[in-house]
Design a protein around this ligand. Structure first.
Ligand SMILES: Nc1ncnc2c1ncn2[C@@H]1O[C@H](COP(=O)(O)OP(=O)(O)OP(=O)(O)O)[C@@H](O)[C@H]1O
Length: 306
């Protein structure tokens, strides 16, 4: 196992305010890593430190084997990463192609290499239809594609994405997200992502949840779901009175809302045996899997960390 990112006891102080309070985690090379937290949890601060844009107050960070803030190693880190921020950074007056090629030249890529890399990013981000358009004239989704392409032009080993799909309509969001996932899978690139969309975090290899500058949960999406959520089944009875009697006879705890009775399951399979028994009584049912949304809501509702 090769580690792309190692963070140990990282702290960041803004004057009196401690935004990041001694966090430690690692990211395996070639994986999709989701860094979650409510607004103000310290995600952007952490990303900016890892990307060499902000000085840490203390702690150790290693990116692609280079030590942050060690002599001359920040330049090596910068060459080995690509970053997409929440705000757009490209020049509005230049075309998409001009912007991206200009960026590539700053890495000292040869003409041939630049052309090859442009072809590579264009394939994943589908730039064909926008590459001659001025960046300033593009829609939000088109800009995002160009932003990601710019971050990839030097073929970095790690791509940092700070809320890459925020503000996009659902269709565009899905398009951008598919491109990111495809890239990660096919090129074995490490993707470090912050997002407020839990369905994106649900496909990550590893998730870290930050709250008020501290890590409050981490693990695979499945492990987090097992720990913080449960599956349930919603039942609609033909006659609610009979349904309630049945639930009470079997001592099954339930909640009721608008004549929909929800019960907790130990596993989705438990639904099968219950449904066999309940079949004559019910008019419909739904088995509901615990989701990453539930995980996030549960963690955020827990006692505040000191
Ligand atoms: N330059 C700064 N000076 C002082 N405080 C700052 C600065 N930047 C961020 N903060 C504070 O540090 C904390 C963490 O902010 P940060 O932007 O890292 O959070 P975040 O998790 O990325 O939030 P969001 O999801 O809203 O982007 C917040 O309380 C914020 O107000």
């Amino acid at each position: 196992m090769t580690l792309a990112i190692e963070v140990e006891n990282l702290c960041k102080q803004y004057g009196e305010h401690q935004a990041v309070k001694g966090i430690s985690f690692t990211v395996e090379q070639g994986t999709l890593f989701a860094f979650l937290g409510a607004n103000g949890a310290g995600k952007s601060t952490t990303i900016e430190i890892l990307c060499t844009l902000l000085k840490k107050s203390s702690g150790q960070v290693t990116i692609n084997g280079f030590t942050l803030d060690a002599s001359n190693q920040n330049a090596d880190i910068r060459k080995s990463i690509g970053v997409v921020f929440q705000q757009n950074l490209l020049d509005e007056r230049l075309t998409v192609r001009e912007n991206i090629l200009h960026r590539g030249r700053t890495y000292g890529l040869s003409k041939k290499q630049l052309a090859e890399n442009y072809q590579f990013v264009s394939t994943y981000l589908h730039l064909e239809d926008i590459d001659k358009h001025k960046y300033g004239t593009l829609s939000g989704g088109q800009k995002r594609r160009a932003d990601i392409a710019r971050a990839l032009i030097h073929r970095p080993q790690i791509l940092f994405l700070d809320e890459p799909t925020t503000g996009l309509d659902p269709q565009t969001r899905q398009f951008v997200w598919q491109a990111i996932k495809q890239l990660q899978l096919e090129t074995n690139m490490t993707v470090f992502l912050t997002t407020h969309y839990m369905e994106e975090a649900a496909v990550a290899h590893q998730v870290v949840v930050l709250k008020q500058g501290k890590i409050v949960a981490q693990g695979t999406p499945d492990a987090l779901k097992t720990k913080y959520t449960y599956d349930s089944m919603a039942l609609v009875f033909k006659h609610p009175i009979d349904g309630v009697k049945w639930l009470e006879e079997l001592a099954i705890p339930y909640t009721e809302k608008q004549n929909i009775y929800t019960i907790r399951l130990d596993s989705t399979l438990e639904a099968l045996s219950l449904l066999k028994k309940a079949e004559p009584l019910i008019s419909s049912f739904e088995v509901i899997k615990g989701s990453m949304d539930d995980v996030f809501i549960h963690i955020m509702a827990e006692e505040d960390v000191a």
